[in-house]
Design a protein around this ligand. Structure first.
Ligand SMILES: [Zn+2]
Ligand SMILES: [Zn+2]
Length: 372
């Protein structure tokens, strides 16, 4: 008899395993066991992919020890759950859930005061080595393990998986574009960057009653800018063809924007942002730039004009819940994301599609369907 007792053979699960930079292979891993660890096993229905996946694949997330199963934006159905987690999470086998990727310690100063995204002792699903028991802590897999401290949100069964996975980008759009900018009804927002986060912020800003929404991106992302216009942006600016500051000046009658949200990976948009806001305006940076990137900053442009500059990491529980409410009510504008689904075996292809490395127009949003 082996470790798995009377079963004899451990059931295996198909996963996409990242073994090094740009090394992603389809393989099988033993199904995690929850008997001692608690938590739950979820059958993955779909996992969304974002810019972080591109960074991870390229090997720029040095804090993730190889090998690991990527995939941090999952939606799935509870397949097995410990009694303790069922009680604590309020879910049972068969319930459909959207899963928050960031797990915080729950005990530090920040966690105890309700700021769990400030926790310095976090772990992230989709960025945790398979050597961490009981394995499969990412969602590019048929099933994954959810540790005891995971936060899950029930999501109604009527929502299509390709719409349900939008809880993650939409949550970011809501938190970065509306909550953290403190966007008020009638205000003008400039959204720098029109990827899935820029589109999501456009949807959120529209829903929150923005007066004027101006979205920028480069010529290559023309499909995305057109999508932004179709879902409620009032103006688009093509950043590599037009002078963004002059255009925003013209479109606002010289007043400039109340708030600017930067969701790009570049540095120039942030340098521009300081000149894009009005006196007393707010700038929120939601796009990760890379640890080695910096900009020269004319500090008096901030100080003398009382401009607020704020960095925001990830999405909080409130914004995820708001995103799920929009999704369940049919207000997510899901078609704007033009989600392209890929099977597990084509995970690398999906990353290339999202990054535009295949020479085609980059996809706005892609997802993995491990059962396709
Ligand atoms: Zn993501
Ligand atoms: Zn903590």
């Amino acid at each position: 008899m082996n470790d798995f007792g009377i079963i004899g053979v451990a059931p295996t699960i198909n996963v996409a395993l990242q073994t090094g930079p740009r090394q992603l292979e389809l393989t099988k891993l033993p199904r995690p066991r929850i008997d001692r660890a608690g938590g739950a096993i979820v059958r993955i229905e779909a996992c969304g992919m974002c810019g972080s996946d591109i960074e991870q694949y390229s090997g720029h997330h040095s804090y993730a020890a190889f090998p690991y199963v990527p995939g941090h934006e999952p939606v799935g159905v509870i397949d097995e759950i410990s009694a303790e987690s069922a009680l604590k999470w309020g879910v049972k086998v068969g319930d459909r859930v959207a899963i928050e990727p960031v797990l915080s310690c729950g005990h530090c100063e920040h966690c105890k005061t309700g700021h769990k995204l400030l926790c310095e002792d976090t772990s992230v699903l989709g960025l945790t080595s398979t050597s961490v028991e009981p394995g499969i802590l990412g969602a590019y897999a048929e099933y994954m393990y959810l540790p005891k401290d995971t936060i899950v949100h029930r999501i109604a069964p009527h929502v299509a998986p390709s719409t349900a996975v939008l809880f993650n980008p939409l949550g970011a759009g809501i938190r970065w574009g509306v909550t953290e900018t403190d966007l008020a009804i009638g205000e003008t927002i400039v959204i720098l960057g029109c990827g899935q986060r820029g589109i999501a912020a456009t949807i959120a800003a529209k829903a929150a009653g923005a007066g004027k929404i101006i979205v920028t991106d480069v010529e290559r992302a023309h499909n995305k800018l057109e999508t932004a216009l179709a879902i409620g942006a009032d103006h688009i600016v093509v950043a590599d063809r037009q002078d963004v500051i002059a255009e925003v000046g013209r479109l606002t009658g010289g007043r400039m924007a109340d708030v600017v949200l930067d969701v790009t990976a570049a540095t120039q948009p942030l340098a521009d942002a300081i000149d894009l806001v009005r006196r007393g305006g707010r700038i929120v940076i939601g796009g990760v730039k890379g640890a080695d990137k910096s900009i020269p900053l004319f500090m008096d442009r901030l100080t003398l004009r009382s401009v607020t500059l704020k960095g925001v990491f990830s999405v909080d529980t409130r914004a995820y819940r708001q995103a799920l409410n929009m999704i369940e009510a049919g207000n997510a504008r899901a078609s704007a994301f033009s989600t392209q689904a890929f099977p597990l075996a084509a995970t690398e292809e999906a990353i290339h599609r999202l990054a535009g490395w295949d020479g085609k127009t980059p996809a706005i949003h892609v997802m993995i369907d491990p059962w396709a």
